[in-house]
Write a protein that binds this ligand. Sequence first.
Ligand code: DC
Length: 225
Amino acid sequence: MSKKINIAIDGWSSCGKSTLAKQLAKELGYIYVDSGAMYRAITLYFLRTNIDLTDKKKIEDALKNISLEFIYNPSTGISEIYLNSENVEYLIRDMFIAEKVSDVAAIKEVREFAVAQQQKMGAKKGVVMDGRDIGTVVFPNAELKIFMTADNAIRVQRRFKEMFEKNPNVSVEEVKNNLELRDYIDSNREVSPLKKADDAVIIDNTNITREETLAKVMTLVNEIV
Ligand code: DC
């Protein structure tokens, strides 16, 4: 049997990270972890409990009451995220979470809380994790690191399509502004900002299909395993 590795996929919002990560995990029989879902679920908890994001003590106390779990759903083929035993996989994709998640993800205590759990999940290898700091902070020793990018217009189009299916009231402008703002906050925050790890391979999927992207990355995987 070939050796198991960890694969870190980082990059801008909506450039196909999770699509690639899910396909890779399926192909390799690995576990897929959507680290963004963890920040989104924490954001949901903070919004529901009206946490003041400047109050460190309140944040630390709130984190003690948060339990996050991924449970595989065979009918959808994905691991869905549970916040204190409630399935919030679909709720956390809404715009009201997207509007706040980058502010929550910039908080040091929140990152420490999430990163510790992410590192545990990868301890036995065989994990594909996507996010913003996976190759730089969560798995600095990952055997394969990918940094994904795509043209802004394409990313807006993709995210709009996704959001519109759930909420026909959403506008392109709203989606565009949210993506730009999130990318700005995510790459300019003090703690673990989004940046390419020195040893990450850049994949720009503006003009290539999902299948072509997967094939490119599978070639890289096969060189390692
Ligand atoms: O991948 P996503 O859009 O679901 O992520 C939601 C937000 O969470 C994103 O704007 C930045 C943050 N995030 C992060 O800071 N670090 C990660 N590893 C994953 C996501």
